[in-house]
Design a protein around this ligand. Structure first.
Ligand code: SF4
Length: 353
């Protein structure tokens, strides 16, 4: 087992339609609370029988005291700071001290940053629901690179990619990132995600992009092979052939996700998929918290969202998937199955916060 705790510091500047951590405008966690939470997480981690890490989320650069928080995070002994490095660029470009902020990251061993692109400027801004977001991502990416950071670009497939391929290619050639990720957005039962459904790409879109995928450093054959298995049509077929839903949703998981919101409350479950409140991290007894966490099963997916006893028959789920566009693309089998369960209105374990 491994624990990862998502520590929410300041919300996010965008409200992406595909966001599975419910990012968006949020409160600021006061500096003293952030430092206290880090210290408590370190104390809890020291008592756990498995490794622990934490992530500063959603857009930590929005926090005015991010440099002090990073220094504190780097000094912890028992828990590792997992730096995802993804940024919208909006907060960074707003800051007069942006060079110092990037230097703080680099000094703390966080040398890698990434931006996500969703198409050309108009389509990108439409997907993240923030005007000017595309320009900010590109400008911030160039700035981060000039500061000496490793730059990653994440291309998150949607139905605009086919028409925007040339524009995306131009930006990539300009930015010359160190690494390009290419991903199909997943589907999890978060309220907002249904709003991305009409933006999903089809298998034919990915096929049309194949020549460029190779230019973007991707293994086009492997991507296509996986994509063919991640559509409602393919999942319905597997269900009809006897896919064992119960076994899938009861399989043991090795990752335990927790979230700490800006009010210091510690929850079981990843951000946006919280399933139980454990208490105020600032006042929780570390030994009791460690005991509780040690007993919890992993909650990366499947049972984190659904009670296996509430699952429909495989045939019923296959029927729901047959009502969706057969070649719509999801990240993996789990995403497709969640989408089918949402279609059937199967209740989730996620708390309404
Ligand atoms: S996907 Fe990331 S950038 Fe977009 S709203 Fe969510 S947290 Fe913010």
């Amino acid at each position: 087992m491994e624990l990862n705790v998502d520590l929410l510091l300041a919300g996010c500047d965008t409200e992406c339609r595909h966001c599975y951590v419910n990012g968006g405008p949020g409160r600021l966690m006061p500096l003293e609370d952030a430092l206290l939470c880090l210290q408590k997480l370190d104390e809890i981690a020291a008592l756990l029988p498995f490794p622990a890490s934490f992530t500063l989320d959603n857009e930590p650069i929005k926090h005015p005291e991010i440099a002090a928080i990073l220094r504190s995070a780097a000094g912890l002994k028992h828990i590792e700071h997992y730096h995802h490095g993804m940024t919208t660029g909006l907060a960074l470009l707003r800051r007069a001290d942006r060079e110092a902020v990037v230097k703080s990251y680099l000094d703390c061993g966080c040398g890698s940053f990434g931006v996500t692109l969703h198409g050309d400027a108009a389509h990108h801004d439409e997907i993240v629901r923030r005007k000017g977001a595309f320009r900010a991502s590109v400008e911030a990416a160039a700035f981060l690179k000039a500061c000496g950071a490793e730059l990653n670009v994440s291309l998150l497939l949607n139905r605009f990619f086919r028409e925007d391929a040339a524009a995306l290619d131009r930006v990539i050639r300009e930015l010359k990132p160190d690494f390009i990720y290419f991903a199909v957005p997943n589907y999890t039962p978060h309220a907002r995600m249904m709003g991305f459904e009409d933006y999903r790409a089809r298998l034919s879109d990915l096929v049309a992009l194949s020549p460029l995928l190779r230019d973007w450093g991707q293994d086009a054959e492997a991507l296509l092979a996986r994509a063919e298995q991640s559509t409602p049509g393919a999942a319905a077929e597997r269900l009809e052939r006897g896919l064992d839903l119960q076994a899938l949703f009861r399989q043991e998981q090795q990752e335990l996700y927790c979230a700490v919101r800006q009010d210091r409350r510690l929850y079981l479950g990843n951000t946006g998929a919280e399933t139980a409140l454990l208490g105020d991290l600032g006042t929780l007894d570390p030994a009791l918290a460690a005991q509780r966490l040690s007993r919890e099963p992993g909650n990366r997916d499947y049972t984190a969202f659904y009670d296996p006893d509430a699952l429909p028959e495989a045939g019923t789920l296959a029927g729901a998937l047959r009502r969706l566009p057969a070649d719509r693309l999801y990240s993996d089998e789990a995403s497709v199955l969640y989408r089918g369960l949402a279609e059937l209105g199967v209740p989730t374990r996620i708390l309404a916060l």
